[in-house]
Every structure is written in structure tokens, then in C-alpha cells.
Design a protein around this ligand. Structure first.
Ligand code: DAH
Length: 343
């Protein structure tokens, strides 16, 4: 009987190692494991069950032989399982994108900035930019602000400590002079960017916000070019049906200056309690004017030979108006329930 057992053990062992060599996957591994050591009908279990029929004196040896096989099989299976797990880890490509990760999108302010850029690029404008840490000269002096102009006040402007004559630019207008210094007419640029003012945060104010500046300088440019350009832009941006109105105003760097309104696209002047126009029928959008001769001179351009117009508007403001957003803080809180609605 012992010899029969030895033969059986040898043939099970041969079969086992033959099967093990074929295992290349976890699924196959499970099948082999089941085949040899499953509690109910594994080959090894069967042999173990047969031990009870052995004569008493043969049992210790028979037990030992079967046990040896059992240990061999179990060790081999354990080794095999480990190598399969390692192989699986090796085959993971960590550079692949995660499944189901949500796709990002442009922030609404970037989207609107791009929208504005596209309209002006369509009219042949270039895009320029300038530093956010600006000198007092470019932010104020070169733009014809007098020495004691209230806008230079510490209450409105962030001055940079220990960095003389430097401010965080309060508007994008300094790009006008920087650009004129480095380019010759004809000039046609817009300059979008971040600006800073000492404002308390509320629904319509933030110490950091965005503007787009525009500048056109060439021969024989007059106010009608300004009107035509801004009317075209505003109708492209807010819709063909809006009317555009130019109101006299004052800025140190333009003469004459105008503030530009569009007709209220919510109530068109019919609702005396309108949330946007407050019943006036008009919404103030931007500042503009003919570039002041002093500013042209500061940009090394001869005001006798060239003339131009400029304008500036707040990106947050036009975005809030166009998309019906009532609180500017929404732009910066990064609540994706808000952000996901746009772009
Ligand atoms: N820089 C002005 C501001 O921040 C806006 C502005 C008004 C820009 C008139 C211009 C302009 O270029 O011509 O309030």
C-alpha cells in the first residue's frame, strides 16, 4: 500500500508542476489551486482522506509522505501567487489618465477674456501685456495724472514697501505708454490683465480684479473711429440689438473723454425697478477717449503727426452683466457648482 501511495504522490506531484508551469494568469492560478487543494475534491484532499484506510503501522509514514507533498504544493502556490501579483503591479501604467476623472474647463473670467480678445483680433488688434508691479511713473505720471491726484492716494493704491516708487498697478492703462515706447504707429493693441486696488471685498468690489485696455494710434484717427470700434465691440459682445451711448467724462490721459453705456438688455428701459439699470435704461460699461497729446509724447509719439483713442473696461463687470451674476465673490470662491455652469 505504501508503494501505491508513493506512486500516487509522484504522479500528483508531476501533474501539479506541469500545471503550475502553464499558469500565466490569476484565473488559471485559481483553477489549479482548486484542482489540487480544494477542501472538497482537490487531489491532495483525496489522498489525505485515503489515509484512514491504511494499516495502523503504515499510517505515520504515509502521513509524513502526504504532508511533505502538501507543504511543497502550498509553498509553490504561494510563490506563484506572489509573482502574479508583482507582475500585475508592473503592468500598471501610472501615466495613464484616471478613469472617470472630471474634465476641467476654463474659468468664466478666462472664457470672457478670450471672447473679448477674439472680437478685437478679428478687427486686427494685437495682444500686449505689462508688469503687475508697476512704477508710479507708468501707472500715473506718464498718464498725465498730476502730482497730487487723489488716485495716487495711499487709500486707493497698494504701494510696495521698501521698493521705492513701485505700486501694484491700479489699471491696465500703463501698458499704453510702455507699448508706445517700444512700437511705432500704426498701433492697434488690447492689453488684458490683473489690476489691484485697496477696496473692501463686497458684491461688486475686490482688491484684485481684471481689466482690458485698448489703444489705437495712427494718422488721422478721430472720435468717430472710437465710436465705431466700441459700438462694434459692444454689439458683438452683448448682442446686436443693444444701443450704445457716449457720455462726456474726464480721465487725465484722454481728451476728450467719454464713458460708454449700453441700453439695458434686461428691461430695455421698461422696468423702473430693473436690477441692472435701476430703471434708467442704460448700463455703464467702460471709459474711453482720444489719447491725450501729453501721453502720446510720453510714448515718444509726435501728437502733431499721430492721434489715437484708448479705452478700458472691467472684465468682472462685463461678465457679471452678460451672465447675470450678482456677486463678484463667486468668481474667486472656486465653488465648482458655480464654475460648472459656464465655459
Ligand atoms: N484706466 C481707467 C480706469 O481704470 C479706465 C480707462 C478710461 C481706460 C479711459 C482708458 C480710457 O484707456 O481711455 O478707471
Amino acid at each position: 500500500m505504501i508503494n501505491d501511495l508513493k506512486n500516487e504522490i509522484e504522479s500528483v506531484k508531476d501533474l501539479f508542476f506541469k500545471e503550475v508551469r502553464k499558469v500565466k494568469s490569476v484565473d488559471k492560478f485559481k483553477i489549479v489551486k482548486e484542482q489540487f487543494i480544494s477542501r472538497k475534491k482537490g487531489f491532495l484532499t483525496n489522498i489525505l482522506k485515503g489515509l484512514k484506510d491504511f494499516p495502523k503501522e503504515d499510517k505515520p509514514l504515509a502521513g509524513k509522505l502526504v504532508n511533505k507533498l502538501k507543504i511543497q504544493v502550498e509553498e509553490e502556490l504561494e510563490k506563484l501567487e506572489k509573482s502574479l501579483i508583482n507582475k500585475k503591479e508592473d503592468s500598471i501604467d501610472y501615466s495613464l489618465p484616471e478613469f472617470d476623472s472630471p474634465l476641467g474647463r476654463n474659468h468664466l473670467l478666462s472664457y470672457v477674456k478670450n471672447e473679448v480678445e477674439e472680437i478685437f483680433i478679428g478687427m486686427g488688434y494685437d495682444i500686449a501685456d505689462g508688469p503687475e508691479i508697476e512704477t508710479e511713473y507708468y501707472n500715473f505720471t506718464a498718464l498725465n495724472f498730476l502730482e497730487h491726484h487723489p488716485a495716487r492716494d495711499e487709500q486707493d493704491t497698494f504701494f510696495i514697501k521698501n521698493f521705492e516708487n513701485r505700486v501694484l498697478r491700479t489699471h491696465t492703462s500703463p501698458v499704453q505708454v510702455r507699448y508706445m515706447e517700444n512700437n511705432t504707429p500704426p498701433i492697434k493693441v488690447i492689453a488684458p490683465g490683473r489690476v489691484f486696488r485697496k477696496d473692501e471685498v463686497d458684491a461688486t468690489h475686490s482688491p484684485v480684479f481684471h481689466q482690458v485696455e485698448g489703444l489705437l494710434v495712427a494718422k488721422d484717427i478721430n472720435f468717430s473711429h472710437l465710436k465705431g470700434t466700441l459700438s462694434f465691440f459692444l454689439k458683438s459682445f452683448f448682442g446686436k440689438s443693444v444701443d450704445v451711448r457716449f457720455r462726456p467724462s474726464f480721465f487725465p490721459f484722454t481728451e476728450p473723454s467719454a464713458e460708454v453705456d449700453v441700453s439695458c438688455f434686461l428691461c430695455n428701459g421698461t422696468d423702473s425697478h430693473c436690477k441692472i439699470c435701476k430703471g434708467t435704461g442704460w448700463i455703464e460699461i467702460l471709459g474711453s477717449g482720444m489719447v491725450h497729446p501729453e501721453v502720446l509724447k510720453n510714448g515718444n509719439i509726435d501728437p502733431e503727426e499721430f492721434s489715437g483713442f484708448a479705452f478700458g473696461m472691467g472684465i468682472e463687470r462685463i461678465t457679471m452683466l452678460k451672465y447675470g451674476i450678482h456677486d463678484l465673490r463667486m468668481f474667486y470662491e472656486n465653488d465648482i457648482r458655480f464654475l460648472n455652469q459656464f465655459g
